[in-house]
Structure formats: C-alpha cells, structure tokens
Design a protein around this ligand. Structure first.
Ligand SMILES: Cc1ncc(COP(=O)(O)O)c(C=O)c1O
Length: 333
C-alpha cells in the first residue's frame, strides 16, 4: 500500500528512534527537561520570537496561541476553510470562549479588503471586538497552498495600525519556507504568535510548538497544564522533533516534486501544486478512493466531491511514480 492520506502517517526512522533513546530528560512540568528546553529555545530563535512551548498536538498549540491574543467574548477572523475553523472541533469557542467570523478566498488566501470590511473595533457593550486575524500557511484544505509573504506583510502592516494581532497556523510552514525560499524569520516577523508542527511533513511521531512573547508563553504554560497537557520526561519526544529539524526540512522539496507528479497524473497543472498536498475535485470522490485502495493506493475523500493526496517522508520517488500510474489510469476511466 502506498499511503497518501496524510503526512501525519509517517513512522519514526531508525536514526530518529536512536536520537529519542539517547535524549537527556527531566520532569518538564518542573521545567527540568533539558531536551525540551533546548527545542523550545531553538524554535523560538528560528522565528525571532522570545519563547516557545512544546505541545502534544498542533490543535493544542493553536488553541494556546489564539487564546494568547483573543480573550473570551472577542473574535478572531480567519479564512472559511481554515483548520482552526473547520477541524479543531470547536475548541477555540468551547475552551477559550471566543467567536469566529470568516472570509472566503480561493486557495485559502488572505483577503485584506474582506478583513477590513469585517473588522470590528471596540464599540463598548454593542459589538464583539475583533482581537486577531488568523492565517494558515501552507493552507491544508486549499491543497497545501502557500500564502505569499507580500500578502502577509500587508496584513501585518494593517493589523499594526488597527489594534489587531496576527496568529499564524504554521503546521506546515516548513513546506512554505522550502517551496518559496522565504526565511523562517520573515514568517516570524509577520505574526504575533504562531503554531508550528513537527509531526506533519517533518516526520516526528508527535509534537508541535506555540511560539510568541515570553509573557504569552508563560501564560500558555499555565493554560496547557490546566488542559491536561503538562508532560513529564517528554524529552524523548522533543528529541524526535529536534532530529526532524536537523534532517527533514530540506528534503520537503522531494515531497513537493512528488505531489506535482501526482497532481499532473490527475489532470492538474503541476504549477498549481505549491507543496505536498493535492486536492482534486471529483464528483465520484468516495468510489474513486475505494477503487484506488483496491489498486494499492490509499487516498482520502475530503468531502463528497473532493479527494486529497499528501506526500511525505514514507513515500519514495518510485512510490510516487507507481501511484501516479494507478491514479491516472483510474481517472481516465
Ligand atoms: C493546518 C493545520 N493546523 C493544525 C493542525 C492540527 O494538528 P494536530 O492534528 O496535531 O492537532 C493540522 C492537522 O493536520 C493542520 O493541518
């Protein structure tokens, strides 16, 4: 089986497991795990922020990050197919007590005109105040689309003059960095707070980080514990993340090339595949997924009329080529 359902399906490599076994550990709730502390400091530095916090999931990193800039009873604006709106099971409303309004833009892009039109300043006890705008780069449900840095800079400039914070869901920011060559520091500059994942394209078994100011991270550390996310000798997992940062970032370019190959096999313009995710409209999405599985290729339906393919560390060039042959044959029927 060639499994293209998600880039979260990777299994830790042998050298990654060795790095995990060697990790120095301590009780991280006491702040005594040196491997976690080193990872947090390293990742904060990569984005030019003061601090970072290791979390089990990207969803928790997002909840903590958004809660650091939006209070209960305030709102965050985001694109309508954003992961925080569609796939975190209402956590931001249920846990933080915030509300969301959304704009819709092709390929999940920033729409500054829509944001300006929706933005609600503090008007006392009449309207919900817009506290933050959230953007997702790369954008999962928009097929791994990259948000151009120029648009993010324009958003940053606008937010700075409108008392609004910027949250960046960077679960796959590494893919955007490799695809465009935009330095991670530049992405760090456009956001007040970010979430990044080590357990997607980078191949770690678990782990994400919230990145922001020292004060925001100190507060998030308390919230993480309250949510049951205080972890003990978790350096064994942070070591997997550190290994992934050392060895699995630049190779994302291979995943992007494989995704273009698969996109082309399904009739897309390969130039329209920005990174490692391919979303294709198909009226027969469910049966297409079933037929692909019977031919040894697992893909996912992301709605009744759309299928998604994701390339990753456990999909080799020859796997991608083999899957492309199968999928183009099925698509032609
Ligand atoms: C863009 C984006 N943000 C956040 C997440 C949440 O990550 P997790 O599954 O680790 O909670 C995902 C998961 O796929 C994602 O694609």
């Amino acid at each position: 089986m060639i499994d293209l359902r998600s880039d979260t399906l990777t299994r830790p490599t042998d050298p990654m497991r060795e790095a995990m076994a060697r990790a120095e550990v301590g009780d991280d709730v006491y702040g005594e795990d040196p491997t976690v502390a080193a990872l947090e400091e390293r990742v904060a530095g990569m984005f030019g922020h003061e601090a970072a916090l290791f979390t089990p999931t990207g969803s928790m990193a997002n909840v903590l990050a958004v809660a650091s800039v939006v209070s209960p009873g305030e709102e965050v604006l985001c694109e309508s197919s954003a992961h925080i709106a569609r796939a975190e099971l209402g956590a931001h409303g249920a846990i933080t007590g915030l509300t969301m309004r959304t704009w819709t833009k092709e390929r999940g892009q920033v729409d500054l005109a829509a944001i300006e039109a929706m933005h609600a300043p503090d008007m006392g006890p009449f309207f919900v105040r817009t506290a933050a705008v959230s953007v997702e780069n790369t954008h999962n449900f928009a097929g791994g689309a990259v948000l151009p840095i120029e648009d993010l800079r324009a958003l940053r400039a606008w937010a700075g003059t409108n008392e609004t914070k910027v949250h960046l869901d960077g679960a796959r920011l590494w893919n955007a960095h490799v695809a465009t060559g935009t330095p991670l520091l530049d992405y760090g500059r456009i956001a007040d707070v970010l979430a990044v994942c080590l357990s997607k394209g980078l191949g770690a078994p678990i782990g994400s980080l919230m990145v922001g100011s020292a004060d925001a991270v100190a507060e998030a550390r308390v919230r993480r514990k309250r949510m049951g996310g205080g972890m003990r000798q978790v350096g064994v997992l942070a070591a997997a993340g550190a290994y992934a940062l050392d060895h699995h970032v630049e190779r994302l370019a291979d995943d992007h090339a494989h995704a273009r190959l698969l996109g082309e096999a399904l009739g897309l313009d390969p130039e329209a595949v920005d990174t490692n995710i391919v979303v294709v409209e198909r009226p027969d999405a469910m049966s297409f997924v079933e037929r692909a599985a019977t031919e040894g290729v697992r893909i996912a339906a992301v709605g009744p009329r759309a299928v998604r393919l994701v390339t990753h560390l456990d999909v080799s060039r020859s796997d991608a080529e083999r899957a492309a042959v199968v999928l183009s044959r099925l698509a032609a029927r």
